[in-house]
Design a protein around this ligand. Structure first.
Ligand code: 6PG
Length: 480
């Protein structure tokens, strides 16, 4: 019998994806550059379904039904091009090549257009959910042609997470759209994690809570609006003890420098090009960088001053009230991060001519992925009701949420400043909220400065056109 689909690259993600496919009744051809991984997959899991072990990519191609479908699960980068080039030589027009790694969408666009010329479908696909998701149901974000999705889609939908009977997988849009949306997903993931980190730092520093107590707070938060995978695992990480023994908390033994593989940074780089202010994501990426600058931190410690005992200097009369304030600030800031992320998807769709349904993106993020959260249902509803919503923040539900939370949010940011706790995520989100809602921004003054030093011109509130003021002359205004 021939295989329905193939997976090449059997590191953890590839192997779990292959098992997920087999468990769901698909016959899966499996291949890895070194044979050992293929053998161990077959030895351990052949009972889970139908696998066909392949020695080479030529074997893979021979073993497949047409149109052939091959999922490439190699680490993003140069290795991907190599495998794709080899497969492109072997595949025939109409066949479908899927890249399931975290590739940059610009690379995906390049690869898609090269393979399209050869009659092949190249489907850059975002897959989120880590090892666990790959095995039990990830969120899947495929790009490429609608034609490829017709045959590939049902297979992917059968292995994705399901929420209320709806698969967490849909055709995102042409060429690199799937990888673009996965990139923004990861940017939001960075922002979400940064905000959680700030909440933890504040509660610990200002209220002096222990990691165990904090785990309990996050557990409680996970029963309300904030319910999400990341809040759930925060409780788990905070409750963990040092695996080397003793009563010490695991979190206190971990070096406080956050690493990154690049998807968050890409999000910000592209956002700069698109002109979308994803300030929440940007602050999260920069906060990781700051944490990693160990030499600067060593040099500054003891030189730069701050409140020595924040919990004594900052009067918080009611600890429970402060916990509730932080919860509200976290939720409001999180809403801002998602609002900015969805704005970026809209901007990307416009720039690259993709037809992306924002409500559908919220729908496929409800399960399987790292940012899965209860409130994505609200985002789905918001975009289903008003597809051209100018900002998620003006949707009635979200407007009410941020409006009701704004006083708490301001108290938290002020308390953080007084206590010397860095809150770039909370601060950036609150500033964005205020910038959107203000009648007038100091942008007018900046326009004046630009016109004075460089004759860059300005527009008026009460007349059409662009103008320049003769700053060094008679100060008259002329049309530019
Ligand atoms: C996912 C994750 C995954 C990646 C993380 C970690 O959606 O399953 O996003 O793709 O493991 O993004 O990325 P960093 O190493 O950059 O934190």
């Amino acid at each position: 019998d021939k295989a329905d689909i193939a997976v090449t690259g059997l590191a953890t993600m590839g192997r779990n994806l292959a098992r997920n496919l087999a468990r769901n009744g698909h016959t899966v051809a499996v291949h890895n550059r070194t044979r050992k991984r293929t053998d161990s997959l077959i030895a351990e899991y052949s009972g889970e379904g139908n696998f066909i072990a392949c020695e080479s990519l030529a074997d893979v191609v021979r073993s497949l039904k047409r149109p052939r479908k091959v999922i490439v699960m190699v680490q993003a980068g140069a290795g991907t091009d190599e495998v794709i080039d080899q497969l492109a030589e072997l595949l025939e027009p109409g066949d479908i090549l899927v890249d399931g790694g975290n590739a940059h969408f610009i690379d995906t666009r390049r690869r898609e257009s090269a393979l399209r010329e050869r009659g092949l479908h190249f489907v850059g696909t975002g897959i989120s959910g880590g090892e666990e998701g790959a095995l039990n149901g990830p969120s899947i974000m495929p790009g490429g042609t609608a034609e490829a999705y017709k045959t590939l889609g049902p297979i992917l939908e059968s292995i994705s997470a399901q929420v209320d009977g709806t698969p967490c997988c849909t055709h995102v849009g042409a060429d690199g759209a799937g990888h673009f949306v996965k990139m923004v997903h990861n940017g939001i993931e960075y922002a979400d994690m940064q905000l959680i980190g700030e909440s933890y730092d504040l509660l610990r520093t200002v209220l002096g809570k222990t990691p165990d107590e904090l785990a309990e707070i996050f557990r409680t938060w996970n029963t309300g609006d904030l319910e999400s995978f990341l809040i759930e695992i925060t409780a788990e990480v905070l409750a963990a003890k040092d695996p080397r023994g003793g009563e010490g908390a695991f979190v206190d033994k971990v070096l406080d420098q956050t690493e990154q593989k690049g998807t968050g940074r890409w999000t910000v780089q592209i956002a700069l090009d698109l002109g979308t202010p994803v300030s929440g994501i940007a602050e999260a990426v920069f906060a990781r960088s700051v944490s990693g600058h160990a030499e600067q931190r060593d040099a500054a410690r003891g030189v730069l001053e701050g409140p020595s005992e924040p919990s004594e200097k900052v009067a918080v009369d009611n600890a429970d009230q402060f916990v509730e304030d932080v919860r509200r600030a976290l939720y409001a800031s999180k809403v801002v991060a998602y609002a900015q992320g969805f704005d970026m998807i809209r901007a990307g769709a416009e720039a690259y001519d993709w037809n992306i349904d924002l409500g559908a993106m919220a729908t496929i993020w409800r399960g399987g992925c790292i940012i899965r959260a209860r409130f994505l249902d609200r985002i789905r509803e918001a975009y289903e009701k008003t597809p051209d919503l100018p900002s998620l923040l003006v949707d009635p539900y979200f407007a009410r949420t941020v409006n009701e939370g704004q006083e708490a949010w301001r108290r938290v940011v002020a308390t953080a400043a007084a206590a010397g706790v860095p809150v770039p995520g909370f601060g950036a989100a609150l500033s964005y909220f205020d910038a959107l809602r203000r009648d007038r921004l100091p942008a007018a003054l900046l326009q004046g400065l630009r016109d004075l030093f460089g004759a860059h011109t300005y527009r008026r509130t009460d007349a059409e056109g662009s103008f320049h003021l003769e700053w060094s002359g008679d100060r008259s205004e002329r049309e530019a």
